[in-house]
Design a protein around this ligand. Structure first.
Ligand SMILES: *[C@@H]1O[C@H](CO)[C@@H](O)[C@H](O)[C@H]1NC(C)=O
Length: 400
């Protein structure tokens, strides 16, 4: 209902004003994808040119061998129990060597804020579920993936962007493209369609796993194992046009990954006592603990403020993707960027994001919260969403 409302109101806006170059309803729903490379996608694919290409804004080079890498992390369990998670998108050279960390001047920080400010909060929200760090440090993980790999993409050079693009627009396009590609690569489902599901006892041969993926992808991926257990998959592509909006052409992995040919384990993510949390598992009564600088420091009181005093027991209603939170004082809601709970407060719809072994509270898809300081003793700080205040922390939902 909400989506329909936005779609129709934006459609009206588009008709009334030519500011947005909207051409179809699909575009309206992904307004932030409107940055366009103006590159043709009918020329040669990267690594397949027979003459030297001069416009590297429209031809990815030298990193024309692109890998979309995904993790299956079980220790600790990371991300949804029925989905692999994103590692990154890497531009290898056509011979398999690679360059990295190509432009430190564009090693952006604050990816969270960048995506939000440039209208890509839908991408951010998806990343908070499917592009998660094993230690809960999503922001640092995203910054690393962008600066190490994204800054090496020739088609994402700042000079390739439409004039007037805001600072960091090419990084926003990078994250959007990775999410767009990942959505076409449902590894868990492809394996499961072949009867291959996580198990503490079964093992699989490499050819069983590869055939299952080939049935969905049409090409051979590279599979990597850790201690004999499946841990990573890489899907290979060449690219026609730009990373921003080009056509990814699937290809076979040029070499096999590290898994052996048989006896491969595919272990469940949240097997008993592993500390993993399924996204569907939202406790109905919870304490909200703050995690700051890697350690737990107090949490939320009944008014929604941050303190090291006795934490409130919150009642959570809904599912992990959409729930409300109520303390003994009343509804919890975000107003003017500040979180409060009380009798006159309008309830905000929150979501919960699995990160490492934690289930994190998210507002507007973001798990970032800030305050003006770190509480101790009887001090109490107001909790703000986003990263506008000095002290960063996340809020972990712990069953009460
Ligand atoms: C393909 O284009 C790149 C970029 O111009 C160039 O470095 C490379 O030598 C070209 N390959 C061939 C076979 O011409």
């Amino acid at each position: 209902m909400l989506t329909a409302f936005f779609a129709s109101s934006l459609a009206v806006l588009a008709l009334a004003s030519p500011v947005f170059d909207l051409t179809s309803p699909a575009d309206i729903l992904t307004r932030s994808d409107l940055i366009s490379s103006s590159c043709s996608t009918s020329g040669s694919a990267s690594c397949h040119n027979t003459t030297s290409q001069s416009n590297l804004c429209c031809f990815e080079s030298p990193g024309g061998l692109l890998l979309q890498t995904q993790f299956w992390d079980t220790n600790p369990s990371t991300g949804p129990s029925t989905s692999w998670t994103i590692h990154g998108l890497w531009p290898d050279n056509c011979d398999g060597t690679y360059e990295d960390t190509c432009d430190p001047s564009r090693a952006y920080t604050g990816i969270n804020t960048l995506l939000t400010n440039q209208g890509a909060s839908d991408t951010l929200s998806y990343m908070n579920t499917y592009w998660v760090d094993i230690n809960g440090q999503n922001e640092q993980f995203w910054e690393h993936e962008w600066s190490k790999h994204g800054t090496c993409m020739s088609t994402l050079k700042t000079s390739c962007l439409p004039s007037g693009s805001p600072k960091g627009a090419e990084a926003v396009a990078f994250f959007q493209t990775v999410v767009r590609l990942f959505k076409t690569l449902p590894t868990y489902t492809w394996l499961s369609n072949a009867g291959i599901t996580p198990s503490t006892s079964n093992t699989y041969t490499l050819s069983q796993l590869t055939s299952a993926i080939r049935a969905g992808y049409g090409h051979t991926p590279a599979l990597d194992c850790t201690s004999g257990a499946l841990n990573q998959i890489s899907y290979y592509y060449n690219l026609k046009g730009s990373i921003i909006d080009g056509t990814f052409v699937p290809i076979d992995a040029p070499s096999a990954g590290s898994c052996s040919s048989s006896g491969i384990k595919y272990t469940p993510k949240s097997g008993g006592g592993g500390g993993g949390t399924n996204p569907g598992d939202l406790p109905s009564k919870a304490h909200i603990q703050a995690i700051s600088g890697g350690s737990s420091v107090g949490g939320l009181l009944t008014a929604g403020t941050w303190s090291t005093q006795t934490l409130a027991t919150m009642t959570l209603s809904g599912t992990s993707s959409s729930f409300t939170m109520v303390s003994s004082k009343g509804n919890c809601g975000v107003s003017g960027g500040a979180l409060t709970c009380g009798s006159g407060v309008t309830a905000t719809t929150f979501s919960a994001v699995t990160s490492g072994s934690n289930l994190l509270l998210a507002s507007g898809g973001s798990t970032s919260f800030t305050s003006d300081g770190t509480p101790s003793g009887s001090t109490v700080y107001t909790v703000y969403t986003g990263s506008s205040h000095s002290q960063d922390f996340t809020l972990s939902i712990v069953s009460a």
